[in-house]
Design a protein around this ligand. Structure first.
Ligand code: PLP
Length: 395
């Protein structure tokens, strides 16, 4: 059965991570797993926190009757209320459980939001570099991605550039902080400026524009930094997130979307979101996971272990001459490619058994991404190979 032309084209264009994964398998067979330095996947190498395991065992020993049944498409009220309480404390706004829908991960939440708001041809602004799935998610719902670069030196928001890209077809702007792939956090002043710009454009165009804050890395922040709550700064905003990274549960597909209580027509939006969660075929987020994460809204994996890995690689690579922004959060580095062609550089790295993703995979040629959510021993073993690579690349 042939696949649709569009899907065939998308597969061809988005195969970077898959190509790198296959290359890694080949190299591991040839040289042994401990001699291949795979920095391609954002798949946390750590186990979920002990508090998660405790909840899991408690539930297994004392099952709740009916716990595997269907529920309201939005999720269990206890879980939605727990999320709402956490967000109310973070935003100082009266977030209600009715403004939360539990979803199949952040990816599920993004699809639910986009399905809820997009008419065919509506534009969604993406900030380059970006998580590449955004392009496909927007296409899923008939939208058109519009790519706007962040500041090329700092990767911070370029508000005038975003403003210039807003048209009478713009329906949403997706931001991600801490960012995949750059690790930067947008400070409160930037979010405030974004909120003011969007409000001015909404007034000018007579059209609502939703700021979608994709924050699965929100609890992974270093050096005392934290992610400012978007509800404080942008009236029409929604948070999409998950416990894939902060509780290291990516395979369990548990996340949520939460609308700002200040959003215009928030009840209508929520009704649309609950319907979309249902008809996208998700029906509801996994029941067991909803019960487990309800009490873990302030818990996370060991962030300090990620900071140690960040510092180890950042210090080693900058010492060799690589140039990059020091990330404030998430678990990625996004250095400049020493070769003009980032794909050529990634191929060069493969010869040293270092696996990376080219910036082109994030809409940002000229850079490359390192995912350091890997074993610290592997990072340490990789340093001599990085040194050889730096030499070959002329650093
Ligand atoms: N958004 C960003 C920025 C991500 O990096 C990821 C996963 O890597 C997702 C969304 C999807 O997360 P989930 O696994 O919760 O669907």
């Amino acid at each position: 059965m042939p696949v649709a032309d569009k899907i065939a084209g998308f597969i061809a264009k988005s195969s970077w991570i898959r190509k790198m994964f296959e290359e890694g398998e080949k190299l591991r067979k040839e040289y042994g797993a401990d001699k291949v330095y795979d920095f391609t996947l954002g798949n946390p190498d750590v186990e979920p926190p002990a508090a998660f395991q405790d909840e899991f065992l408690k539930l297994a020993k004392q099952p709740v009757p009916g716990m595997h049944r269907y529920m309201n498409n939005a999720g269990y009220p206890e879980t939605r209320n727990a999320v709402a309480r956490m967000l109310a404390a973070a935003s100082d706004l009266p977030v209600q459980g009715s403004q939360v829908v539990m979803t199949c991960g952040a990816g599920g939440a993004l699809n639910v939001v986009l399905k809820t708001i997009l008419n065919p041809g509506d534009e969604v602004i993406l900030l380059t570099p970006f998580f590449v799935e955004y392009r496909f998610y927007i296409d899923n719902h008939g939208g058109v991605p519009v790519e706007v670069w962040t500041d090329r030196e700092t990767f911070q928001l370029d508000i005038p550039a975003i403003a210039a890209a807003v048209t009478d077809r713009t329906r949403a702007i997706i931001i991600c902080s801490p960012n995949n792939p750059t690790g930067v956090i947008y400070p409160a002043e930037s979010l405030k400026a974004l909120g003011e710009m969007v409000a001015a454009k909404e007034a000018e165009l007579g059209r609502q524009i939703l700021v979608i804050s994709d924050e699965p890395y929100a609890r992974i922040a270093y050096d005392g930094k934290s992610v400012p709550n978007i509800f404080r700064y942008v009236q029409n905003s929604v948070i999409v997130t998950s416990h894939s990274k902060d509780l290291a549960l990516p395979g369990e597909r548990i996340g949520y979307l939460a609308a700002s209580p200040n959003m215009n027509n928030v009840d209508q939006f929520m009704e649309g979101a609950v319907f979309s969660n249902r008809v996208l075929g998700f029906v509801n987020a996994p029941a067991l996971m909803q019960r487990l994460v309800a009490g873990l809204q302030h818990v996370s994996v060991d962030i300090e272990a990620y900071r140690v890995k960040r510092d180890l690689l950042y210090n080693a690579l900058t010492g060799m001459g690589f140039s990059m922004v020091k990330p404030d959060g998430a678990f990625y580095l996004f250095p400049k490619s020493p070769l003009a062609d980032d794909v050529e550089f990634v191929k060069m790295a493969q010869k040293h058994r270092i696996l990376l993703v080219p910036g082109a995979g994030f809409g940002a040629p000229g850079f490359f991404r390192i995912a350091y959510c890997v074993d610290q021993g592997m990072i340490e073993r990789s340093i001599p190979a990085w040194r050889e690579l730096a030499k070959e690349a002329g650093l």
